[in-house]
Design a protein around this ligand. Structure first.
Ligand SMILES: Cc1ncc(COP(=O)(O)O)c(C=O)c1O
Length: 407
């Protein structure tokens, strides 16, 4: 902490250096592998992407891993390859990033947006059941912030109503549900035609700058997703410029262009090797936040239910606004003035103009997400931070909240 400086509102400690909300953790090994790839003569989908897929599948414990250029693309082809299209409905939680629902719209299907659980803010299984109708084809549970959804209940619902499950695991690499890594669980109850999609976006726990991976246990589904992800061309079309490949290919469906490059895979290979060490660091920082903020009455801290391993992608606190004179925007501004960048995850889908206008939502249709949204603030959490950074953020947050108690 830099010390006391005069600032516009209610004084207190200020950091000398601004702490960004996020910064990627790239080691020399990633840099060397990228340079090696650039010099190798093969920079797009190729041998490194294949190795990354194999190692990722092994790590998760899934039969297949299909590398893509984003989680958004992965969700899109997971739905497309399952035949989701016009007339179909897909159930999604309101508390998520827009990509989860946008891909449903891209296929001409209808996202059915539902409310969430009050503690984890993950999709609420009873809301899923209430939303199921004759056109429902799939559910996209989102492991929000890295906290696993109640997968057993969700897969039981899917079996009962014959629905596909596409897990949005953008936040949840290395998370576990009852001892099983997220991405592996999809053959629970014996039906393996489900998929899990991860994000390797710049802010994620494992990054390839942009990128993603789909895991599934189903051979035919994996093959279909590969075809959908590369122009709809027959398998191994990416090899057509290698000595093993052939000039001949066939376009069997009007697919998309979602392949991962070897430059991205070069990053991913080393990020995957370092993942556990990075996870330990995230976990330690999250526990430090918990210890430092536990006794602040104006805060509700993120939960971690028993039986799960949280990936701690984000550290979202909720302000108890009824105890405060300031609102969420003023709290964020007070932290920014004191050198701390924060964010909000997420502005729920039911508030986004496209979805609100299309479905005519009232804010009261989503009471749990709505109440949470008003008070959510994500504090910085990434491996490049120090324990001192966490202590600074905790001290500044405590100061701002204490000065603004609603006595
Ligand atoms: C819950 C969720 N789903 C999907 C995505 C999309 O990921 P990507 O940027 O890799 O397409 C994000 C991105 O932040 C996300 O937070």
């Amino acid at each position: 902490m830099a010390g006391q400086t005069e600032i516009a509102t209610f004084g207190g400690p200020v950091r000398e250096e601004i702490l960004p909300f996020c910064r990627p953790d790239i080691s020399q090994a990633e840099i060397d592998e990228v340079v090696d790839t650039l010099k190798s003569g093969w920079i797009t989908t190729g041998p490194k992407t294949k190795i990354f897929e194999q190692r990722f599948a092994e790590y998760i414990g899934a039969r297949h891993a299909v590398a893509v250029n984003s989680c958004t693309g992965g969700l899109h082809i997971a739905l497309a390859a399952a035949g989701i299209g016009p007339g179909d409905e897909v159930i999604v939680p309101t508390m998520t990033f827009c990509a989860t629902a946008n891909v449903v719209v891209h296929l001409g299907a209808t996202p059915i947006i539902v409310d969430v659980e009050s503690d984890t803010l993950n999709i609420a299984p009873e809301r899923v059941v209430a939303a199921i109708g004759p056109r429902t084809k799939a559910i996209i549970p989102v492991h929000l912030y890295g906290h696993p959804c109640d997968l057993e209940t969700i897969y039981e619902i899917a079996r009962k109503y014959q629905l596909l499950v596409i897990e949005d695991a953008a936040h949840a690499i290395a998370a576990e549900w009852r001892g099983q890594r997220i991405g592996r669980f999809s053959n629970y109850l014996g039906d393996c035609r489900h998929a899990t999609v991860f994000s390797f976006y710049a802010t994620k726990n494992l990054t390839t700058a942009e990128g993603g991976m789909i895991t599934t246990h189903d051979d035919a589904y994996a093959e279909q997703m590969r075809i959908w992800g590369l122009h709809g061309m027959t398998h191994d079309a990416w090899k057509r410029y290698t000595s093993e490949g052939s000039w001949y290919y066939e376009v069997v469906i009007p697919g998309f262009k979602y392949n991962m490059t070897d430059i991205q895979a070069a990053l991913g290979l080393h990020q995957l090797k370092r993942l556990e060490e990075m996870m330990q660091k995230r976990y330690r920082l999250a526990m430090r936040y918990n210890a430092a903020l536990r006794d602040v009455p104006e805060l509700q801290l993120p939960v971690c239910r028993s039986g799960v391993r949280h990936a701690w992608h984000l550290y979202p606190i909720r302000l108890r606004l009824e105890l405060l004179k300031i609102n969420r925007a003023e709290f964020i501004e007070a932290l920014r003035e004191r050198g701390i960048c924060t964010s909000v995850h997420f502005i729920p889908l039911h508030r986004q103009p496209y979805y609100q206008e299309r479905f005519g939502f009232e804010l009261s249709d989503f009471p749990i997400a709505e109440a949470a949204y008003q008070s959510l603030v994500s504090l910085p959490l990434y491996t490049q931070m120090t324990e001192q950074d966490v202590d600074d953020i905790a001290e500044i947050s405590r100061h701002v909240l204490t000065c603004n108690r609603n006595k």
